[in-house]
Design a protein around this ligand. Structure first.
Ligand code: SF4
Length: 380
């Protein structure tokens, strides 16, 4: 059943702020990271480059992995991927490393080299339970930072540190301090899609799965939510708490439109449409179900629709289709350019050279950890 349009579209935020509301503060990109060249130090600790030839041995060693992705990767492409897959899986053992892959990673990464898959929070929490010395984060920079915050003694690597996020880069810790000055005493909730600097300044973090619960847990009639204006609007439609929002948006989800979804329904009235709460209100109003990436996947597993439109980053539909090939996925293919910076060759590089290492200032990490752990410790 679609979210009630009239209720949702009329939902008003108590306020909507952006950097321009704070006197032209020079806004810096919280996620800016310069991708360094391979240094002499990197070379000193490098392992030998493995052979990347497609041989009968590689074919045999990776056949069981190809089975997992054959619904979404054509056979003609596999010989180019399989040598990397085999080499990465061997190097992981040598480095005592685990690979965490977000739901938006491409199928060969998600299904063939990763040890833990899921949304950003699940990845970071699960990483605290493994014995590996090294975490390779196949996702974007804020996710690698969250892993480092929760796993300070482990080496956290990201295959390309330029993998940013339009939400994380829309706000800085300084912006949060200015919001607090403007709204003294109002608690601040940060979506996990933020830098460590922002997490360190807020009261608690939230994910798209638990945002309503987190907001209501604070016992305040007004709450500031940063940085996603659409998630904030979605939460405002589900609670009596007044929400003051930041003007950030996900550049992938904000491209979807209600018109686009209506055209899918007109073409096939039986199609099921499920959307992520980072989408604009007119999109959510058209959806049969709205939920986080984890909730969307659970919904498809449970409901087994004949045809479904997953209104989110399009690699996720490929990954669910690899698991459930009997379901037809309509793919409005909006790719996240940041997630797509992570590739098999870059993961291999990461393990060979142990780069690019993600570090977080220990003082910031300690404060940020409190905000993340406060969320994790909330009772369900
Ligand atoms: S999909 Fe959107 S929220 Fe996720 S990393 Fe890309 S820009 Fe950020």
């Amino acid at each position: 059943m679609a979210v009630e349009t009239s209720t949702f579209e009329k939902t008003a935020l108590a306020g909507l702020y952006g950097p321009e509301d704070f006197g032209g503060l020079a806004h810096k990109n919280a996620n800016a990271a310069v991708r360094g060249r391979i240094t002499a130090e990197d070379r000193a600790r490098a392992l030998p480059m493995p052979s990347l030839e497609w041989t009968p041995e590689v074919e045999r060693a990776t056949a069981h992995l190809y089975e997992r992705v054959k619904a979404v990767i054509p056979p003609v492409e596999w010989p180019f991927m399989a040598p990397y897959v085999k080499a990465i899986n061997e190097l992981k053992r040598e480095r005592n490393a685990v690979i965490l892959a977000h739901n938006y990673q491409t199928p060969e990464i998600f299904n063939c080299v990763s040890d833990i898959v899921g949304d950003s929070l699940k990845l970071a929490i699960e990483a605290t339970k493994v014995k590996a010395d090294v975490i390779v984060q196949c996702g974007v920079h804020f996710m690698a930072e969250t892993s480092k915050i929760l796993n300070p003694s482990k080496t956290v690597l990201i295959p390309d540190s330029r993998a940013g996020c339009s939400l994380a880069s829309s706000i800085t810790g300084e912006d949060v301090r200015l919001l607090r000055e403007r709204f003294p005493g109002v608690p601040v909730v940060a979506y996990v899609n933020t830098s460590a600097d922002v997490k360190a300044e807020v009261d608690i973090c939230c994910t798209s799965s638990n945002a309503v619960q987190v907001v209501e847990s604070l016992g305040s009639d007004t709450v500031i939510m940063v940085p996603d204006q659409y998630l904030a609007k979605y939460v405002a439609s589900k609670t009596k708490v007044k929400i003051i929002a930041w003007k950030g948006a996900c550049e992938v989800h904000e491209r979807f439109t209600g018109d686009e979804l209506r055209s899918y329904r007109e073409a096939d009235p039986s199609v099921q449409i499920i959307a992520h709460p980072e989408c604009p209100p007119d999109v959510i109003a058209e959806a049969d179900f709205t939920g986080s990436t984890a909730h969307m996947i659970d919904w498809v597993r449970k409901n087994h629709p004949q045809r479904v439109v997953m209104v989110t980053e399009c690699s996720m539909a490929d990954n669910v289709q690899a698991e459930l090939p009997q379901i037809e996925f309509v793919k409005p293919c909006n790719l996240c350019p940041h997630m797509k910076r992570i590739t098999l060759p870059k993961i291999l590089d990461s393990l060979i050279y142990m780069r690019e290492e993600v570090t977080v200032d220990p003082m910031i990490a300690e404060k940020a950890r409190r905000s993340v752990e406060r969320m994790i410790n909330l009772k369900n």
